[in-house]
Structures are given as C-alpha cells and as structure tokens.
Design a protein around this ligand. Structure first.
Ligand SMILES: Cc1cc2nc3c(=O)[nH]c(=O)nc-3n(C[C@H](O)[C@H](O)[C@H](O)COP(=O)(O)O)c2cc1C
Length: 200
C-alpha cells in the first residue's frame, strides 16, 4: 500500500462544486470567519461553500489513535468529500494558530492516511497588520506541501483588515477588495476544475 495514498476525487460526475472551508480561529468575532462568509456570498451559481469545523477536535495525542475519536474521523471524511478546501488562517505569533495545526495533525493520522493528499487547497487570511497573514501563510504552504495537497499559487489571499471592510451582512465595503475576492474564488474553482479533468 502507498503509505501516503490519496483519495479518489469526489465529484467527477457532479454538477455542483463543493468547497469546504476551515476557519483557523475559534473567536466569536473572527475577522477570518467574516471574510469567508463574505466570499461565500460571491460564489457563482453551481459553487457551494460548506464549513469543515475544527472546534470540536480534541488535542491530538498518539494515545488517542487506538480509539480514534469519531469527531476526528468526521473531520477527515469531510475533507475527502469536498472538491477543494479553502483555509482561512489568522496569524498568531508569525505562524498559524495552534487550533489549526492540531486539526491538520489529525488529518494525517492514522499513519499513511493523509486526508489532504491530492486535494485542491486555497489559502487566505485576514489581519490588521501591514503584512497581513503572509508569515502564517508561508508556514501553511509548507505544511500543505508535505501533505501532497495541490495548493493554489496565485492569487495570494493576504487581506489587510480594517474595521468596516466587511459589513454585518457580510458584504465587502471596498469595491477593489470585492473584485479581488471574486477573482480569487474564480481562480480556485478553475484549479478545482483542472484537477477534476486530470483525474477523470
Ligand atoms: C496570540 C495572538 C498572536 C497574534 N499574532 C499576530 C501576528 O503574528 N501577526 C498579525 O498580523 N497579527 C497577529 N495577531 C492579531 C490577529 O491578526 C488578530 O487578533 C485577528 O483578529 C485574528 O483573527 P480572527 O479575528 O479571525 O481570530 C495575534 C493575535 C493573537 C491573539
């Protein structure tokens, strides 16, 4: 058996493209969650975004593998079931938050069962800082490379957040940012379609 096998692509016959999204923040006021909810409102017909939640995952420990938690099995299956995964990461201490790394560690276990292998992945992040989430995103690209994910190279989604950029209704107040995000989503759907054709 290939120790790092991928999973069959889920939707060679489907007319709907399903993008799972992971929010790397547990904050009830997360700007990264607001960002993805705003992106979801820009989705073209035939593209749906569904959350792959991480808040219920326990801390990973090898001790838990013999009795692999159902919530971790569900998390892994959710990644396999979607056509692509959009990851919105905050930047914590110049890297990704621990909750996100914890989720990714679960995704690689049991040994050899890498849920992200062969999966199209897009990375985005919002921060108020001048380099936005650039440092965190570089770390995340390294992790996803190790997972054999197919990561979108361009456009890069580094969103410098300012209060009011995203309204309570999850509309983007800035036209340039709105246009960028619509193009970003379109580019990711294009990558998913290319991967789907290659796997057909
Ligand atoms: C522990 C911690 C570390 C942080 N480190 C960074 C950082 O390295 N770079 C940065 O741009 N912002 C940093 N921030 C600020 C976050 O960008 C900000 O809290 C942002 O709102 C987090 O995203 P969220 O609202 O989606 O949770 C940090 C915040 C916390 C709580």
């Amino acid at each position: 058996m290939d120790a790092f096998r991928g999973h069959p692509h889920p939707s060679e016959e489907k007319s709907v493209t399903t993008i799972g999204y992971i929010i790397g923040s547990l904050s009830s006021t997360s700007i990264n969650r607001a960002l993805v909810e705003a992106i979801a409102k820009l989705a073209p017909e035939g593209v749906e975004l569904v959350e792959i939640p991480i808040a219920g995952l326990p801390f990973y420990s090898q001790d838990r593998e013999a009795d692999f938690p159902q919530v971790a099995k569900d998390f892994k299956q959710a990644i396999v079931d979607v056509d692509g995964v959009l990851i919105a990461t905050p930047e914590y201490s110049r890297s990704i938050p621990g909750v996100l790394k914890n989720a990714f560690d679960w995704s690689t276990r049991p040994y050899g069962d890498m849920s992200f292998s062969g999966k199209p992945v897009a990375i985005i992040g919002a921060s108020g800082g001048p380099i936005s989430t650039a440092a965190a995103q570089q770390h995340l690209r390294a992790i996803m490379g190790h997972f054999n994910a197919i990561v979108m190279g361009q456009p890069e989604g580094m969103i410098q957040y300012a209060p009011g950029l995203i309204t309570d209704e999850r509309d983007i107040a800035n036209d340039g940012t709105k246009e960028f995000l619509a193009g970003y989503l379109q580019a990711f759907v294009g990558l998913i379609e290319r991967v789907r054709k290659a796997n057909a």
